[in-house]
Design a protein around this ligand. Structure first.
Ligand SMILES: *[C@@H]1O[C@H](CO)[C@@H](O)[C@H](O)[C@H]1NC(C)=O
Ligand SMILES: *[C@@H]1O[C@H](CO)[C@@H](O)[C@H](O)[C@H]1NC(C)=O
Ligand SMILES: *[C@@H]1O[C@H](CO)[C@@H](O)[C@H](O)[C@H]1NC(C)=O
Ligand SMILES: *[C@@H]1O[C@H](CO)[C@@H](O)[C@H](O)[C@H]1NC(C)=O
Ligand SMILES: *[C@@H]1O[C@H](CO)[C@@H](O)[C@H](O)[C@H]1NC(C)=O
Length: 258
């Protein structure tokens, strides 16, 4: 008797697991492909080089595009392959503002960005082709014009250090929103190094605050192309904004107040 019950239970469990398994799978799929806001991610090429030692020379001395990322989704359509011909009308801008800092051939980077992030962003009609996605990103980058803003207010790379709060206040007073600023955490006796600035947009492409995502399963989206997954939100302390790749020997030397 006991063994029969045991068997029945086992069969039920089997069907239950099968059902639950596929249900969770479907659920995961749809949840993973849902997103709310877009990050326009700028990175500082010198810092990217510092994080990928010996892999680059002559990084651009301006903030370049890392990507345009939906906040909670990745790889939404694996059969939508990258096609570089779609970028041919604005290839010059791609090379200048969205370069692969580590490699001379940028194709692999752009392919990665499309497949991981673009295929999810493409849920919007305004971004539903590769041409639209890359072009819109360039347009948003120009609109933000971060490089001009930073140099206008005197935040320049070099051997000076900035209080992060000063950078934050300057950005917030100009853009009226708070971008997300990420740094390499300080090595022993050194300062944090600024690495990425993420501006958040609504699905209608208006700037919004990058309020912190709730922690949990879907919150840890970071791109792994340049090992920037080692970056974390900067703390309100002194911050190094490097103009060259050599690790900074000094610290807390020249603090610039802006
Ligand atoms: C995925 O992309 C392919 C190729 O563009 C397209 O035909 C298909 O409809 C897309 N699938 C979804 C679910 O969007
Ligand atoms: C790639 O894009 C070009 C230009 O839009 C188009 O003519 C071509 O058919 C596309 N190739 C593939 C494989 O989809
Ligand atoms: C760059 O890499 C892509 C993908 O590997 C390849 O198809 C292409 O020919 C390369 N371009 C150049 C200029 O080497
Ligand atoms: C963004 O957050 C700041 C406070 O950090 C607030 O003053 C501002 O009104 C917010 N802006 C928008 C557009 O929500
Ligand atoms: C900021 O401080 C937190 C908590 O001490 C730490 O985990 C994080 O790594 C720090 N981030 C940076 C960029 O230093």
């Amino acid at each position: 008797m006991k063994s029969v019950t045991g068997y029945g239970l086992l069969v039920e469990c089997f069907w239950f697991a099968l059902f639950c398994g596929s249900a969770t799978h479907l659920l995961a799929d749809s949840v993973y492909h849902k997103w709310e806001k877009l990050y326009l991610v700028h990175h500082w090429p010198v810092t990217v080089c510092m994080m990928n030692e010996n892999e680059c020379n002559n990084p651009p001395m301006y903030w370049t595009i890392h990507g345009l990322w939906p906040d909670k989704a990745a790889e939404c359509n694996r059969s939508w392959h990258f096609n570089i011909s779609e970028l041919k009308d604005f290839m010059e801008d791609m090379r200048e503002y969205w370069p692969d800092i580590l490699h001379t051939n940028h194709t692999h980077f752009w392919k990665h960005e499309w497949e991981k992030h673009g295929t999810c962003a493409a849920q919007l009609e305004t971004l539903n082709s590769q041409k639209k996605y890359f072009q819109k990103t360039l347009e948003l980058y120009r609109k933000i014009d971060l490089n001009s803003f930073l140099s206008k207010v005197g935040i320049k790379p070099g051997s000076t250090y900035y209080q992060l709060t000063a950078i934050k206040e300057a950005l917030e007073s100009f853009y009226n929103i708070m971008p997300k600023i990420q740094c390499i955490p300080p090595e022993e006796g050194r300062l944090q190094v600024i690495g990425q600035i993420k501006f958040c947009f609504t699905k209608e492409f208006t700037l919004r605050n990058c309020t912190e995502e709730q922690s949990g399963l879907f919150s840890a989206l970071e791109d792994d192309f340049f090992r920037t997954e080692d970056l974390s939100v900067c703390n309100d302390t002194l911050t190094y904004y490097p103009s060259h790749m050599k690790t900074h020997k000094h610290f807390a030397a020249n603090v610039v107040v802006i």
